[in-house]
Design a protein around this ligand. Sequence first.
Ligand code: DGL
Length: 244
Amino acid sequence: MRIGVFDSGLGGLTVLKNLYKHYPNNEYIYYGDTLNLPYGSKSKEELIGLASNDIEFLLTKQVDIIIIACGTVSSNCLEYLKNRYDIPIYDIITPTINYLNNSNYSNVGIIATERTIDSDIFKKKLIKNVYQIKTPKLVPMIENNNLSDIDNILDTYLSKYKNKIDILVLGCTHYPIIKKHINKYFNNKIDLLDMSDPILPLLKEDNTSNITIYFSKNSSITIKQTKNILELDNLNILEKTEYK
Ligand code: DGL
């Protein structure tokens, strides 16, 4: 099966990594729209336009299904995209919500982009005490690999909620990249939920193995970060414009 996975940039690679770890025998085509990053502060209309372009690019690669590896697009555009495209489309927020509603957690914190929190999707769909936290500074720091101030930034965002929550949802796919910093902040005392885990049961194994990665804009940081995140050598990392 050819699986198309997309995000605004590097974040969706955390999803790709988990998919590949559990189902290495599939063909994955990844697309990160680094040219238009960040998505988290865009309007819904802009997000719909960008996500449609992302899907149309993946369709040119003959993918069989699409995984929206982006919390912001999942929370704002899912219905529109499902209606518009005649291909199975999976988002990463629905399985996360189902997982949490079937869990024993009572107090759920969510860190996510501005637009994901503004959609109120977690508040509307979770039957739990929900604490929604906008964390807009994290994506640019992660994309630029500039984490020198990360402990202070996490403290600013999380100190108010530290003793109130028993699980923290990493509601943006970029955040697993800084998981060890977040764990350190909480002294490993609370569970962190990576949204790429609850989607795993939706997929199955095939018999060909391959990963191709496209970005709308490649830079040396992007390429280096991609290799670090995926922990794979010999990756095929291309720029969309050259190969469309
Ligand atoms: N990784 C994305 C998300 O899950 C988008 C982050 C961004 O571009 O702001 O929301």
